[in-house]
Design a protein around this ligand. Structure first.
Ligand code: A2P
Length: 292
């Protein structure tokens, strides 16, 4: 069986998601537009953004122009965005989604995630996300950065089980407990920062494995994600890397090398995990921070 960027996994509501896509975190609108167009040019079918990133407009423009350039349509690709911390709460979430769709120049997203579990709000946010799903504005719904305690609380109140939990996941942070708990509930883990924001790329052991397969360390890590059944969204704004990260389908890691990557786990999240009272500041700050 051969795999490529169109290889999909079926989520718990029957929707299928490409297993490998392009992230645009830390990119401004101009960079995100360019990255999405390059992604489309090199065969990517899944794109992951968020209101917090301040680049939904760029992603929307990149999709419109890029799809035209490659002769594909909106239905051919899979688009994810997320509910911003500052928009959480039932009514606030319902009020936020239309602006997001407008910036993305689409009537629906394929996956809508609650960006993180804002304390005291995420259950109400989820209720609104369920409404958005029922209204057809999201084909699948899920969460991001939910540990098991918060996920259990969500499940206690939800009528729809999240399809996805997007977590920081790379060889150093393998989230074993979260992965096991999510799997029990049919929730797929999607990896954000699968390259550790670049941190794992200089690891000498990984370099040795990479040399053996005549691949780069990034390709080894992404292939490990792929063979593990993890949905992954490496970010790059450079064409050569966007292309390189997608070139992982012509080799297979041995069981022994897969094991080597599993054994690198340190479970050290880079995140602010103890404080989910943070709502993320204003979106204008985000746009200012990344530049527009
Ligand atoms: P850039 O966008 O400048 O290419 P993650 O997705 O784990 O957060 O990692 C993304 C980081 O790693 C970004 O800083 C990105 O930078 C860089 N990056 C992405 N792909 C590669 C690659 N193939 N080789 C080296 N660096 C990469």
């Amino acid at each position: 069986m051969s795999f490529d960027l169109s290889t999909r996994i079926t989520l718990n509501n029957g929707t299928s998601i490409p297993q490998m896509g392009l992230g645009v975190w830390k990119s401004n609108n101009t960079q995100a537009k360019e990255a999405v167009m390059l992604g489309l040019k090199h065969g990517y079918e899944m794109f992951d953004t968020a209101k917090q990133y301040g680049n939904e407009r760029g992603v929307g423009e990149g999709l419109v122009e890029g799809l035209k350039a490659v002769g594909k349509t909106r239905e051919d690709i899979f688009l994810t965005t997320k509910i911003f911390g500052g928009d959480q709460g039932y009514q606030e979430t319902l009020d936020a989604i239309d602006g997001q769709l407008e910036r993305l120049q689409t009537d629906y997203v394929d996956l809508l995630l609650v960006h993180w579990p804002v304390t005291g709000k995420y259950v109400d946010t989820w209720r609104a996300v369920e409404e958005i799903y029922k209204a057809g504005k999201a084909r699948a719904i899920g969460v991001s950065n939910f540990d098991n305690e918060r996920m259990q609380n969500l499940l206690d109140h939800a009528t729809i089980i999240p399809a996805v939990n997007q977590m920081e996941y790379n060889p150093l942070i393998q989230e074993r407990d979260i992965l096991a708990f999510n799997q029990q509930h049919g929730i797929h883990l999607q990896a954000w920062s699968p390259l550790g924001g670049g941190a794992v790329l200089n690891d000498p052991e990984l370099k040795q494995i990479a040399d053996k397969y005549n691949k780069t360390v990034a390709q080894i890590v992404l292939r490990w994600n792929f063979q593990s059944g993890i949905i992954t969204i490496p970010k790059s704004v450079h064409e050569e890397r966007i292309q390189q990260n997608a070139d992982i389908f012509d080799f297979e890691l041995s069981a022994q090398d897969m094991q080597k990557l599993y054994s690198m786990n340190q479970e050290k999240r880079s995140l602010w995990y103890n404080d989910f009272s943070w709502e993320g500041g204003s979106i204008n700050e985000a746009v200012e921070e990344w530049g527009d």
